[in-house]
Ligand binder design. Structure first.
Ligand code: AVJ
Length: 288
């Protein structure tokens, strides 16, 4: 038998990105979209119920107050695309308002399968729900390709999820979305306004520790899915406000010098005591 050529095992996208983020020389990073496995999705839902985290409720209030007005802009039939739908709870008002004027198709686009299942079971009474399990742009491309000729598209990007992008990438991303739409379609964007530093810090470091669990779950997920050996208690949640960049940052701070091995990412990572993994940015906005 001839020897097989030595082909490296293809890493999954998750493993690849974990490797890239943790192999960095300076600040180590992990991409925030991997927060949302089943546990993370449930934890974020809990965060949105916390008195300290008002963003989701603020979104809901604004939508409830203006759903009728927004719906009035759209001649039927309408397709609603939602980027990062989550469980779709905010979207009900808009779908209801649109459905009083004709049929509505709703394409929730999310990387979380649990969240999409939730959307389908919660919203099927007000719209035809077509879940799209994909990244945002790929999801938009897919949903747009299913558009019927006369349908107008309303794209929703709510909850200040755009704040997770680098500022330079935000504009680029919106241009990419626009390039997939056509004249007469629309985008409704929800962003969080800057507040006092103490209020924002509490929103990302709540006294119950739900946000801490949400952050640390990323390491637990790496352990579960990639064969990592993070000792969960050896990393602490940290929320900081970066004033010059106007963003909340979440980090995971190593409590001591330690080494972590992640089988599927084929990496051993050394951490110095106090060193952090930067896991998320939530940029804040001004009305202007
Ligand atoms: C759902 C991404 C908008 O950035 O505020 C909540 C996620 N992170 N608490 C945000 C989150 C920490 C949230 N987004």
């Amino acid at each position: 038998m001839s020897a097989q050529p030595c082909v490296p095992l293809a890493l999954s996208e998750f493993a690849f990105e974990v490797h890239a983020g943790l192999a960095k020389e300076g600040q180590k990073t992990l991409p925030c979209r991997y927060f949302y496995d089943d546990v993370g999705t449930a934890l974020f839902q809990t965060i949105s119920l916390l008195p300290e985290y008002g963003l989701t409720r603020a979104d809901e209030r604004v939508l409830r107050a203006h759903a009728g007005e927004i719906a009035a802009w759209f001649p039927s039939p309408v397709a609603v695309l939602e980027l990062g739908s989550g469980t779709g709870s905010k979207t009900r008002r808009i779908l209801e308002a649109l459905s009083t004027r004709g049929s509505v198709v709703y394409y929730p686009i999310d990387v979380s399968r649990t969240a999409l299942q939730c959307c389908r079971s919660e919203l099927s009474d007000v719209a035809e729900v077509v879940p799209v399990e994909a990244s945002y742009l790929e999801g938009v491309t897919r949903a747009v390709s299913l558009r019927k000729t006369q349908e107008r598209i309303l794209t929703l990007f709510l909850g200040s999820t755009i704040g997770n992008f680098e500022r330079a990438e935000m504009v680029q991303f919106l241009q990419e979305v626009r390039a997939r739409l056509r004249p007469g379609d629309a985008l409704l964007l929800g962003t969080d306004l800057e507040k006092s530093e103490s209020r924002m810090t509490l929103a990302y470091d709540d006294p119950l520790g739900v946000t801490a669990a949400f952050n640390v779950n990323l390491l637990a997920r790496i352990n579960r899915e990639l064969g990592g050996d993070f000792v969960i208690g050896e990393f602490a949640h940290q929320a900081r406000y970066n004033r010059s960049e106007r963003r909340m940052e979440m980090h995971l701070r190593s409590r001591r010098d330690q080494e972590v091995f992640i089988r599927a990412a084929e990496i051993a990572v050394r951490f110095r005591r106090g060193e952090t993994i930067w896991t998320e940015s939530s940029h804040k906005f001004e009305l202007s």
